[in-house]
Design a protein around this ligand. Structure first.
Ligand code: UD1
Length: 427
């Protein structure tokens, strides 16, 4: 199994291109199921999760063709053609490996009038139920039946009616699912307390490009007027704000100067604010950010929250960075339970972190020391890479497949800005 080997202590310097956003890609791809015309997505990241989602679409009867597969191409172009769905089922084997597969539920239901999707089960960062996805779909007219670990959703008469739903808790995935299902309903829908993440804005814009009618995009109330059918479109996936934030933390902790290019600066507010508070220089340009640091970082108090708050997907990377701050930081995780699995691994590298319930107190240390560590989930893995970049000696990160789910060509991008990092296939 692959490992990533890092010899720490090098300052990062240079330009680092940011890929298309994984989480946007995973909600834009299922939009291809909503029409019998081609949907072409540009700036698609080259990631295991995107490939996995492509296989799922293929199983449902959609074809996926990819251009730009040369190793030197960043940003692929995928055309999804779902002339006809040959299956309306997302099986356990796929959903269990990739939780985002649940995002086909709304589109299949809208297109075919019926969908059968495996319940995802547990995952590394907590329980992650799908009750809100189901309640929202029910509110816009779906009949639901659960049996043998699957949910079967049916639209009476073959088409959803539309309706009103207020989320009791903000959910990114459930908002995406209900929006994708509501766009072709026979009536209108009103979704309140909707998630406002930039990836949801990206989804809504793509749907509008396909002929959907959605008001309130980017706000917590989405009003959707159902249309008879959607048509094909070409749409560019937004840049990955979490990837950009991760590399910003890496640049900051190594005391480097890195220009992150192809960035959606407006989507990165809370991350940039936190970096500035930590003493990191941030220069915002039109579609790039220059991160400058002398490696002297101030401690922070951060609490994760739905957008526009500080993203739970940035918590682990900030924690790694703050291990080198001058003083104690307090991080509170409010979105997922069990999202501190990187803490014992960081401790093996010399970090001083105490976790009590949802709060972690990170006391800055003078030095981190390289060690063999194990990745546990996607963002936790990135925190180990960040720690490895600043640690003395060699760090080897095992279970690299977690990183491959969400970071395109990590070692290539980091080597290009001066990191001593490589992939070892034999470990
Ligand atoms: C998405 C992102 C993930 C990010 C998360 C929060 C994708 C593919 N993944 O995940 O990277 O960390 O948003 O920004 O886009 N919940 C329920 N019932 C539900 C759904 C969610 O109780 O039916 C809870 C979850 O357990 C969690 C909270 O709601 O505590 C937020 O989860 P949600 O926003 O749905 O996250 P995901 O869409 O799974």
């Amino acid at each position: 199994m692959d490992r990533i080997l890092i010899r720490g202590g090098r300052r990062l310097n240079g330009k680092l291109p940011i890929s298309g956003a994984k989480n946007a890609a995973l909600t834009l791809m299922p939009c291809g199921l909503l029409t019998d015309e081609p949907l072409t997505l540009r700036n698609l990241p080259r990631l295991a999760d995107v490939d996995g989602f492509g296989h799922l679409l293929n199983q449902l009867g959609a074809s996926t063709t990819i251009e730009g597969s040369r190793p030197e191409d960043f940003g692929r172009v995928m055309t999804i053609r779902a002339g006809q769905l040959t299956s309306t089922e997302a099986p356990y084997d796929i959903v269990r490996k990739m939780r985002a597969s649940i995002l086909v539920l709304g589109p299949i239901l809208a297109r075919a009038g019926q969908a059968r999707v495996s319940l995802p089960g547990g995952c590394a960062i907590g329980n992650r139920p799908i009750d809100l996805h189901l309640k929202a779909l029910e509110a816009i007219g779906a009949d639901l039946e659960m049996s043998a670990g699957y949910v079967t959703a049916t639209a009476p008469g073959g088409r959803l009616s539309g309706g009103r739903y207020r989320f009791p808790v903000v959910s990114v995935g459930a908002t995406e699912n209900v929006v994708m299902a509501a766009v072709t309903a026979s009536g209108s829908s009103r979704i309140e307390n909707a998630a406002r993440e930039p990836e949801i804005v990206d989804l809504c814009r793509c749907l509008v490009a396909m002929g959907a009618r959605i008001d309130g995009i980017g706000t917590e109330t989405l009003e959707i007027e159902g249309v008879a059918e959607l048509h094909g479109a070409t749409y560019a996936v937004m840049p990955d704000r979490i990837e950009a934030g991760s590399y910003a933390c890496a640049a900051a902790v190594t005391g480097g100067e890195v220009e992150l290019t192809n960035v959606d600066v407006a989507s990165m507010g809370a991350t940039l604010t936190a970096l500035r508070e930590a003493g990191v220089g941030i220069e915002e340009r039109r579609d790039s950010i220059v991160v400058t640091s002398d490696g002297q970082l101030r401690p922070l108090t951060l609490t994760t929250a739905p957008y526009p708050g500080f993203a739970t997907d940035m918590q682990a990377q900030f924690m790694a960075m703050l291990c080198k701050a001058a003083g104690a930081s307090v991080l509170t995780e409010t979105i997922f339970e069990n999202r501190y699995m990187h803490v014992p691994e960081l401790a093996r590298m010399g970090a001083d972190i105490q976790v009590r319930g949802r709060t972690a107190v990170v006391k800055g240390v003078d030095r981190l020391v390289g060690a063999p560590v194990m990745a546990t989930d996607l963002r936790a893995s990135m925190s180990l890479i960040i720690a490895g970049l600043v640690a003395e000696g060699e760090t080897s990160v095992a279970r690299v497949y977690h990183l491959d789910r969400g970071y395109e060509r990590l070692e290539e991008k980091l080597s290009a800005v001066g990191a001593d990092i490589e992939r070892d296939g034999g470990g």
